[in-house]
Design a protein around this ligand. Structure first.
Ligand SMILES: Cc1cc2nc3c(=O)[nH]c(=O)nc-3n(C[C@H](O)[C@H](O)[C@H](O)COP(=O)(O)OP(=O)(O)OC[C@H]3O[C@@H](n4cnc5c(N)ncnc54)[C@H](O)[C@@H]3O)c2cc1C
Length: 274
């Protein structure tokens, strides 16, 4: 299988650097082919702007999404963007690895997403009608590919627990896992999170890398997070709100994940009644 690691840390000798090197070795030993986009080493340009295309669609006004569409459709994108898109097309699985910085990915990685995720590739795909609202959230160009976050945090696991001060880790990562990854079609695996990094020593590192190795061994078999597909009947279109009878009375990010057991049982009851 082809694995692409998008990696953002400025220091090769960091914990993230060690874990990235470990992941590459581990995957290659298992027979996979790995490419790494080491964003700091590549001196990746983080800001999306008018220099991202060799020929402007409109000279009067820079309209980010329309310029992206024009450049993507007509082969006018900067080479660095096109190269990353080729890697994405090549990959069967994509790993985004980063230290949590201000509750999100480092800016350089956000800039990778903004620039590489072109209109026509990651968004603006498919038809809009009464029954469908484009190909996104469960459909899209990256359907059939898997994705996983490898994240390190200074905060403790309890700080990111259900009632932890930082908010539950699934909520903190929701905009990345549901927005950046599920939106364009990836199947998103549960994240691999290393908490309280200041406490990592040789013994802890051995534990963490062994656990990461196990996750990499099951990259193809781990069940993805059961995000609800947009066009599968769970959402009213075009309002795109969750049907009232699903997760009744609940709000927040978690309603966009199917409740295993509960909904399967409800569907079985409905089928039996019908
Ligand atoms: C700008 C900024 C914003 C931040 N925002 C947040 C936030 O919002 N939430 C949050 O929780 N945290 C936050 N942090 C903390 C941040 O997430 C952690 O500093 C980061 O995850 C640590 O990863 P690292 O790779 O830089 O670790 P490092 O600092 O490189 O290493 C951590 C520990 O691992 C040890 N180590 C490294 N490699 C090995 C090895 N091979 N073998 C054995 N031991 C090793 C080191 O000795 C060190 O003790 C922020 C930090 C910064 C700088």
């Amino acid at each position: 299988m082809n694995v692409l690691i998008i990696y953002a840390h400025p220091e090769p000798k960091s914990l993230n650097g060690s874990l990235k090197d470990f992941a590459v070795r581990h995957l290659e030993r298992a027979g996979h082919t790995v490419q790494v986009s080491d964003l700091y080493a590549m001196n990746w340009k983080a800001s999306l702007d008018a220099h991202d295309t060799s020929e402007r669609h409109s000279a009067e006004r820079f309209f980010a999404s329309l310029e992206s569409k024009h450049a993507f459709e007509n082969g006018l994108q900067s080479e660095d963007i096109a190269r990353e898109q080729d890697k994405l097309k090549w990959a069967d699985a994509v790993i985004l690895q980063f230290p949590l910085w201000w509750f999100s990915m480092p800016a350089i990685m956000k800039g990778w997403v903004e620039r590489v995720y072109a209109y026509g590739l990651a968004y603006g795909v498919g038809e809009h009608s009464d029954a469908r609202w484009g190909e996104r959230y469960g459909e899209g160009r990256f359907a059939g590919k898997r994705a996983m976050l490898v994240v390190t945090t200074g905060g403790w696991e309890s700080h990111y627990s259900a009632r932890g001060i930082n908010g539950p880790i699934d909520d903190v990562l929701f905009p990345i896992q549901h927005g950046v990854l599920y939106y364009p079609g990836f199947e998103v695996l549960p994240p691999f999170v290393v908490y309280r990094t200041s406490r990592v020593d040789d013994a802890k590192y051995a534990e963490v890398s062994a656990a990461l190795g196990r996750r990499l061994d099951t990259l193809w078999t781990t069940a993805p997070i059961a995000f609800r597909p947009q066009n599968g009947g769970a959402y009213e279109i075009p309002a795109l709100t969750l049907r009232d009878d699903l997760a009744p009375g609940q709000i927040g990010f978690a309603v966009h994940v199917e409740e295993a057991g509960v909904e399967a049982a409800t569907q079985a009851d409905e089928a039996a009644e019908a």
